[in-house]
Write a new protein. Structure first.
Length: 154
């Protein structure tokens, strides 16, 4: 059976921290689905289409990676995709506390799904999509925090 992992997130926008987690997880899985969780009633900062296209472009040479979007419960979406693993990145103790609760509740919802955590590189731990958006909102240059395929001005 194929080892399929879901890497869920808002990715609004995708950062070099996200990219590094996915690349480091590649040897662990046959496929990684980078899945943008969205809420049709709530607009993101960047359109869903833009976020999807950016991530596809970043991983265009990596045939193990699939890019997708979903609405609803992550655990349900894992079942649809036959993903037995959820991949998440950890930056800080605050991330750990937040992620712990989600992972434990997901496990209660779907017993056969394991969440796998990778620790971020030290230099990536301050990088967050929220701060990238703040920089852009106030006219700053956030390009060093996102993969080169992402042109934040477009
Ligand atoms: P969510 O809205 O689900 O928190 P994010 O797009 O913010 O989605 O993050 C998706 C995943 O990537 C989460 O597990 C988050 O902890 C992780 N992550 C975010 N930024 C980084 C980073 N700089 N380094 C490593 N992991 C990160």
């Amino acid at each position: 059976m194929k080892r399929i992992a879901l890497f869920p997130g808002s990715f609004d926008p995708f950062t070099i921290g996200h990219e590094e987690i996915v690349r480091r997880a590649l040897p662990l899985f046959d496929n990684i689905i980078v899945a943008i969780g969205y809420n049709s009633a709530k607009q993101g900062y960047f359109s869903l289409e833009k976020r999807i296209n950016w991530i596809k472009d970043i991983f265009k040479d990596e045939n193990k990676i699939i890019v997708d979007a979903y609405e609803g419960l992550t655990a349900d979406y894992c079942v649809v995709k036959n993903a037995k693993f959820i991949l998440r990145g950890l930056r800080t103790a605050a991330d750990f506390e937040y992620e712990r609760a989600i992972a434990q509740m997901n496990k209660m919802l779907k017993h056969d799904i394991e969440t796998v955590f990778l620790l971020t590189k030290p230099e990536h731990s301050p990088i967050s999509s929220t701060i990238v958006r703040e920089i852009i909102r106030y006219g700053g240059d956030a390009s060093q925090f996102v993969p080169k395929e992402i042109d934040l001005l477009k």
